[in-house]
Design a protein around this ligand. Sequence first.
Ligand SMILES: Cc1cc2nc3c(=O)[nH]c(=O)nc-3n(C[C@H](O)[C@H](O)[C@H](O)COP(=O)(O)OP(=O)(O)OC[C@H]3O[C@@H](n4cnc5c(N)ncnc54)[C@H](O)[C@@H]3O)c2cc1C
Length: 310
Amino acid sequence: MFDAIIIGGSYAGLSAALQLARARQRILVIDAGQRRNRFATTAHGFLTQDGRAPGEIAQDARDQLMRYPDVEWLDDRVEQAQGRQDDFTVTTARSGAFSARRLLLALGVADDLPDVAGLQERWGQSVFHCPYCHGYELDQGRIGVIATSHHSMHQALLLPDWGPTTLVLNGSFEPDEEQRAQLAERGTEIETGKIKRVEGRADLLMEDGRVLSFAGLFVLPQPRIVVPLANQLGCDLKDDELYPFIKTAFTQETSVPGVFACGDAARAAGSVAVAVGDGNVAGAALHQSLVFRARETGRQAEPQAKAAAG
Ligand SMILES: Cc1cc2nc3c(=O)[nH]c(=O)nc-3n(C[C@H](O)[C@H](O)[C@H](O)COP(=O)(O)OP(=O)(O)OC[C@H]3O[C@@H](n4cnc5c(N)ncnc54)[C@H](O)[C@@H]3O)c2cc1C
């Protein structure tokens, strides 16, 4: 029986694990190795690590974590989770089942991209979703926003601060008068044609044969939690406008006592820094739940034990 099992050993899970390891708890980290930003060559906006390879940041964190003696690591995928506070069991794809008093879901999300030929293979290299992460490196070159719905207005209005921007509607929605005025005010151009495929670094071959060249492309992915562990455990989800994520209190505890969640799986828009921050809170709160709930349970049990004895 571990004190806690952390499912997901990337930035959020590693940060939570560090708190728990330093509190001398016996923990198991299980990680399937599918970090969300694994497609990108460099990560940006995380203090002291700006411009480093995302995998190197995670590996450094893992190396530091594994110096603590009470931490175990398993490269595997959790497929099922069940139980209740003080007695959870998770079942992995290859290594059997493990039990713990608390669970922490640091699962991240997977991104589904719109069905445009050539987009997926450029994801994280010349096709992005977060201007703060990858906008600066485009060096104020031309930016294309591939629209997926009216939500793409957000990127189309934001991105002109990184370079001259064109909103490529691609048949996904029709901006109304007010939206057109907002785009004009920001200097964003509108392209009404449909995309045949992405070529070169970030060139759009249009169905009418024109080629629109950009320094980089932006698109809104559809993020989703990959394995339905939160559903299996009965955790409430928050139905956000963009995608449902695991609902947590300020302590990062979910609606199920003893199950905590942090990082991208538990918020609408994440980043490495935020995942690390969430994980830091979750790790400490989880540890404190182990200490103080045990005392509460003990206090409740005490009179009953005395009554039974006397
Ligand atoms: C292309 C791209 C570029 C990005 N660039 C930046 C950037 O420059 N700067 C920045 O701050 N942010 C960037 N981000 C966002 C950043 O990647 C995420 O915010 C961050 O990875 C979230 O960390 P996390 O720990 O919550 O989840 P993740 O890093 O996604 O890690 C989740 C981990 O949980 C594991 N997991 C999931 N389910 C299971 C399971 N059932 N069993 C075991 N393990 C499981 C996964 O395999 C994975 O290893 C980028 C995102 C993308 C898509």
